[in-house]
Design a protein around this ligand. Structure first.
Ligand SMILES: *Cc1c(COP(=O)(O)O)cnc(C)c1O
Length: 394
C-alpha cells in the first residue's frame, strides 16, 4: 500500500499524541531503514537511541526467534531463565548488585523513585522523601516521572503532580547545595541530558554531585535510559565520569528494539524492596530478556566500547570542522555517539532537508538536531552523513 494511504489511516485511528513526519518506515537492516515507497534512509536517530546495534541485528533477531518458539511469557511467580541470565550479565558488567526489570524508561524511573522512598523511610529517617532533580531533565511521562522531569512543557496541564521533587539548574553546584534540606533523600540526574538537548555538564560537575551525595549520605540516582547501553562509549554513561551511583535506570538501548526497562541498584539500597513492594506483569519476560541478553553480549565484546568512543570522537571532530564555516550553528556538543548541533534558528527545515537526502535525525527542542546513530555505525557512513549535513547547512 502507498505511504499516503497509510498516513490517512494513521491520522484517522490513532490518538494525536505525536507530531509525525510524513514517512512510513517498513523495514530496517543495520543502520538503514526503508519507507513504504522504497526510499532508503541512514538512521541517525536509531528509534531514539533504541536500536543500539542497528535494525534487526542478527544476534538479536536470532535470540528473539528462538525464545519466541520456546517460551514467550510466564509470570514472576516463577523463576525465569533469560531474566536470570540478563541480570547476571548486568551485575557482572556494572556497579550494581541487583536488578529489577520492567518495560520502559518511565517505568524504570518510577521504580527507582519508589525504591529511593522506601529506602529513605526505612534506613534514613521518617521524613526524608525529597529528590533533587535537574532543570532541563527528562525522566518520563507517568505522573511521578513527569514530576521528576524539569521541563514545564512536559508537565503542563497535568497538575496536581505528586510532590517530593525540587529542581535546580543542571551544572550549578551552588544551587544544588542550597536546595539540600533535611528532607532530601537523593539526587537524580542524567549524566548527559538527552531530551533536554544533549547537554554535557561542565567540568567535574558529575563527580562533585557524587561527592555531595557521599558527604550528605544521599542516594545518587542516575537516569541512564538514554546514556546507558554504550551510548557514551562505556556500558553505562556514568562510568565515563568515574562516579559510582547507588541507583541507575536503563531502557531504550537495552533491548535492541524490544521494549524493556531495568532498575539497577547496589545491594544496600536494593534490600528496601521486599516481596510485595513492587511488581510488573510483563517486567523481565523471557522474550525481552533474551533480546537484552543478546545486546549485552555484543556490547561486552573486547574493543566494542573503544570503537564507540573512537567513532564518537571522529564524528564530533567532523561536526566541529563543518561548523566553523556555518553561520547558523551556535554550538556542536555531545559525548560518545550522543551528539548534537544547536542552531540559531528553528531546526525543522534542516531535519526535513536531511530526510529528503536520506538521513534521519531527531529534534530536541526547537533548535537542536540530535544524532544518535546505532553504535555499529561505520566511519564511512559518518562521512556520508557529514557531507549531507554540510550541504544542508550551506
Ligand atoms: C526516553 C527517556 C525516558 C523515558 O523512557 P520511555 O521508555 O519513553 O518511558 C526517561 N529518561 C530518559 C533520560 C530518556 O531519554
Amino acid at each position: 500500500m502507498e505511504a499516503s494511504l497509510w498516513i490517512d489511516l494513521s491520522q484517522r485511528y490513532l490518538m494525536t499524541t505525536y507530531r509525525r513526519y510524513p514517512v512510513v518506515l517498513v523495514r530496517g537492516r543495520g543502520i538503514r531503514v526503508w519507507d513504504a515507497d522504497g526510499k532508503e534512509y541512514m538512521d541517525f536517530g536509531a528509534g531514539i537511541a533504541v536500536c543500539s546495534l542497528g535494525h534487526c541485528h542478527p544476534r538479536v533477531v536470532k535470540a528473539i526467534q528462538e525464545q519466541a518458539a520456546t517460551l514467550l511469557h510466564v509470570s514472576n511467580l516463577y523463576h525465569i531463565v533469560p531474566q536470570i541470565e540478563l541480570s547476571k550479565l548486568l551485575v557482572e558488567h556494572t556497579f550494581a548488585q541487583r536488578v529489577f526489570f520492567c518495560n520502559s524508561g518511565a517505568e524504570a524511573n518510577e521504580a527507582a523513585i519508589k525504591l529511593a522512598r522506601l529506602y529513605a523511610r526505612r534506613f534514613m529517617g521518617d521524613d526524608r522523601f525529597e529528590i533533587i532533580a535537574m532543570k532541563g531533565s527528562f525522566h518520563g511521562r507517568t505522573m511521578m516521572t513527569m514530576a521528576a522531569t524539569g521541563q514545564e512543557k512536559v508537565r503542563k496541564g497535568f497538575d496536581p503532580l505528586p510532590p517530593g521533587f525540587v529542581h535546580v539548574p543542571f551544572g550549578d553546584l551552588e544551587a544544588l547545595e542550597k536546595a539540600l534540606t533535611p528532607k532530601t533523600c537523593g539526587i537524580m540526574l542524567e549524566v548527559v541530558q538527552g531530551e533536554g538537548g544533549v547537554v554535557v555538564p561542565p567540568g567535574d560537575y558529575v563527580q562533585r554531585v557524587a561527592r555531595i551525595c557521599d558527604r550528605e549520605g544521599l542516594l545518587l540516582m542516575v537516569d541512564e535510559v538514554q546514556t546507558g547501553m554504550g551510548r557514551l562509549g562505556t556500558l553505562l554513561g556514568h562510568e565515563r565520569f568515574g562516579v559510582t551511583p547507588h541507583i541507575a535506570t536503563l531502557a531504550k538501548g537495552l533491548g535492541g528494539g524490544v521494549a524493556i526497562g531495568a532498575l539497577l541498584a547496589v545491594e544496600e539500597v536494593a534490600r528496601a524492596f521486599e516481596p510485595g513492594t513492587h511488581a510488573s506483569t510483563f517486567g523481565g519476560n523471557p522474550l525481552a530478556c533474551a533480546a537484552g541478553k543478546a545486546v549485552v553480549e555484543v556490547m561486552i565484546q573486547p574493543g566494542f566500547m573503544e570503537a564507540v568512543r573512537e567513532k564518537g570522537r571522529y564524528f564530533l571532530e567532523g561536526l566541529k570542522a563543518l561548523a566553523i564555516s556555518k553561520a547558523w550553528v551556535r554550538e556542536v556538543r555531545g559525548m560518545g555517539l550522543m551528539l548534537a548541533v544547536e542552531l540559531d534558528r528553528p531546526s525543522a527545515p534542516v531535519i526535513r532537508a536531511l530526510m529528503d537526502r536520506g538521513f534521519l535525525t531527531i529534534p530536541s527542542g526547537d533548535r537542536v538536531v540530535r544524532f544518535l546513530p546505532p553504535l555499529v555505525v561505520e566511519k564511512d557512513e559518518i562521512d556520508c552523513f557529514l557531507k549531507a549535513l554540510d550541504e544542508v547547512l550551506e
